[in-house]
Ligand binder design. Structure first.
Ligand SMILES: [Fe+2]
Ligand SMILES: [Fe+2]
Length: 385
């Protein structure tokens, strides 16, 4: 039961709209054109694009899916924020199926998946895979330990964009699960929501992070030019979460992403320490998850062993598909982020005026970290299992 008195104490940064997305204005030009095509022509268009340039193909695929998922989640950046528009929604849903089929069939390199594993063998196998896979050991995170401050600040924006709606993602995961799976997913959601305390909601820690790095406007600007590959992992997860047939694949995907958090955040924190980004407001999101998510990952794995009724072979195969989709998506994203981050000269560039929106590049943002600690609400303790 929620202690309702907790909600009376509203922490200062709660006044801001969340997620910190921009208002919807219009679809990108090529996605808008794509929506006008019928299903067959859309498929044909994707085949043509796939056979041309890999980056153009991936860029279209992921930027289009990101616009569809913004619609689906229904925040300010949705074309249907506070309104219903059947004409456009039918088109968006039809394009969603077409693009998702393309993504899973042709847009990812999925390593061979173990066949005919029993339920207990699956739990044992994932116990190992969850802590030992190419998504976890990726060199991007070694680089971040040694990266310059400007690169780390840029990476923090990626982390906010990746994690700004994790509570929504977990809430989508909860529906359709049962038994032990529902218990661990619901428990995870409760943690995401700060166990009823606004200032302990995980997204509130992201608010503190943005405030501390003066990042609200920077994020709004950068969001318009962020590269397509920063959307890969979010897009795959949203695809799995919003297609009933992939429900258990979403579970497997989440199991892997939660297990990756602690090893990744340990290296991110080492990088932040090294360049002096040591304010509690900046670090709390990472510090807290370093403690919490090793339990979250382990719970999700252990629940496979406990699940009743016994899992059928198709159910097990779907969970395993999700784990491999995570590895495919994470490595694809990190493979591209590493050269992009490490090759950019992010220092000394002045932010351009808003009239240049849409033409901004990686170098168009200028950083300044808040010189003093801010808003130490009452959030100084993190409850851990
Ligand atoms: Fe979280
Ligand atoms: Fe978590």
């Amino acid at each position: 039961m929620l202690n309702i008195s907790l909600l009376k104490k509203v922490p200062a940064l709660q006044k801001y709209y969340w997620p910190p997305v921009n208002q919807f204005e219009e679809f990108s030009t090529n996605f808008s054109e794509f929506l006008k095509l019928g299903c067959q022509k859309q498929q044909h268009y994707l085949v043509e694009l796939r056979n041309q340039e890999e980056d153009l193909y991936n860029q279209f695929l992921h930027n289009s899916l990101a616009q569809i998922y913004a619609y689906w989640l229904g925040y300010h950046d949705s074309p249907c924020y506070l309104q219903v528009d059947e004409e456009i929604e039918i088109k968006l849903c039809s394009a969603k199926f077409c693009l998702e089929t393309e993504l899973i069939k042709n847009g990812l390199t999925i390593e061979p998946i173990k066949q005919k594993l029993s339920q207990s063998d699956t739990a044992n196998y994932l116990n190992t895979l969850a802590i030992n896979n190419p998504g976890i050991d990726h060199p991007l995170f070694d680089y971040l330990q040694t990266a310059p401050k400007e690169v780390l600040l840029r990476f923090l924006l990626h982390e906010v964009m990746r994690n700004e709606v994790v509570d929504d993602e977990v809430s989508l995961l909860v529906s359709g699960l049962q038994g032990a799976f529902k218990m661990v997913a619901a428990s995870n959601l409760w943690d995401e929501c700060g166990r009823g305390k606004l200032s302990n909601a995980h997204t509130y820690w992201l608010r503190r992070l943005l405030e501390a790095i003066n990042g609200w406007q920077e994020l709004a600007t950068y969001r318009q030019v962020s590269p397509w590959f920063s959307k890969i992992t979010s897009n795959i997860f949203m695809m799995l979460l919003t297609r009933p047939g992939y429900k258990l694949a979403a579970y497997g995907y989440f199991l892997m992403s939660e297990s990756a958090v602690a090893p990744h955040f340990q290296k991110i924190l080492a990088g932040l320490d090294r360049v002096g980004l040591i304010q509690e407001d900046i670090k709390i999101y990472f510090d807290a998850h370093l403690k919490i998510d090793k339990y979250h990952g382990q719970e999700l794995v252990n629940a496979i062993g406990y699940q009743k009724p016994d899992l059928t072979q198709p159910e097990i195969d779907l969970i395993l598909l999700g784990t491999h989709l995570y590895i495919a998506g994470a490595t694809m994203q990190y493979d591209r982020m590493l050269p992009e981050l490490s090759s950019q000269k992010l220092t000394g560039m002045k932010r351009r005026n808003n009239e240049h929106r849409g033409l901004l590049s990686w170098n168009d943002l200028n950083w300044q970290v808040s010189p003093s600690p801010i808003l130490n609400d009452e959030v100084n303790s993190v409850d851990c299992p």
